[in-house]
Design a protein around this ligand. Structure first.
Ligand code: IYT
Ligand code: CU
Ligand code: CU
Length: 271
């Protein structure tokens, strides 16, 4: 059992990479954003093996970046449940933290945890939003074929055309909401609908609702602010002995399946 505490403070950096301060495995059990509400708009914390030079705002990792934390102004901070930690360090493939912010942060580390925290990302890769079209649904769904996960927080991400993003568990044909939010509100992790667990045989599904109103050309999925994204992140915990910290789903799901999505998925959220 070991406890590390790391205080990180920067001034005007948009992005900063620093090594996980241990050669052993460690677990992050808490995030305490020490950000000034007036000056920091949002912060994203990633874990990765090889950070890139942080000069660009988008730049994070050379290999795959794994999002671990998102904080946004005016959004309630996410707490990890008791006994749950994100695994970092040596054997986890997370040797570096990359923080995208303008201001400081502190993280706490702890020894072995009975539950491991993880992120399940549902994202659309092929949505096209036609100019002037009032509603475009981006649908994503995958069968879940792993050990049980316990979602406790969710985050949505789109660019300007996103109206509402919803995520569901489907079990025996019944859709149960994990979370639903406007991506125009602060894109932090919000508490998930309670007691929705996901197990082998379930399906995870998400819908992003976009509008092409006011556009004069097609909008595709891509990295710039003129492109769009459709992301639904589920932060979960699972028993450490199974320990799958990152999963994702990029399949578009069948039309038949999405005929049964609750109508709330297309009800806009007032911002
Ligand atoms: C094309 C797309 O949807 N990109 C998203 C999701 C994504 C995140 C990560 C894709 C990959 C990743 O390694 I982490 I490949 C996207 O870029 N989302 C942004 C941030 O990068 C996290 C966001 O704010 O959710
Ligand atoms: Cu921001
Ligand atoms: Cu994006």
């Amino acid at each position: 059992m070991s406890l590390f505490s790391l205080i990180f403070q920067s001034d005007t950096y948009l992005c900063m990479a620093f090594p996980v301060p241990t050669r052993q495995d460690a677990y992050i059990v808490d995030f305490i954003p020490l950000a000034s509400m007036d000056t920091v708009h949002h912060m994203l914390l990633f874990g990765c093996q090889t950070p890139v030079d942080c000069g660009s705002v988008q730049g994070t990792c050379e290999d795959e970046a794994a999002i671990m934390y998102a904080w946004a102004r005016n959004a309630p901070p996410t707490k990890l449940p008791k006994d749950v930690g994100f695994k970092v360090g040596r054997s986890s493939g997370m040797s570096y933290f990359v923080l995208q912010i303008h201001y400081g942060d502190i993280s706490a580390f702890k020894g072995e945890q009975p539950f491991i925290a993880g992120i399940y990302l549902l994202m659309s890769v092929d949505t096209v939003i036609l100019p002037g079209q009032r509603v475009t649904d981006a649908d994503v769904a995958c069968d879940y074929t792993s050990y049980p996960i316990y979602p406790f927080a969710f985050r949505t991400h789109t660019h300007r055309l996103g109206k509402v993003v919803s995520g569901y568990r489907i079990r025996d044909g019944k859709w149960t909401l994990i979370g639903r939010q406007s991506p125009q509100l602060p894109q932090a992790f919000y508490p998930a609908n309670k007691q929705v667990t996901v197990k082998y045989g379930d399906t995870l599904a998400a819908r992003c609702v976009f509008t092409g109103e006011g556009k004069t050309s097609k909008t595709y999925i891509g990295g710039t602010s003129d492109d769009e994204m459709c992301n639904f992140y589920i932060m979960y915990y699972m028993e450490s002995r199974h320990a799958i910290p990152y999963m994702n789903c990029m399949e578009m799901g069948s039309e038949e399946l999405f005929q049964h999505i609750p109508p709330e998925a297309n009800v806009p959220i007032n911002v």
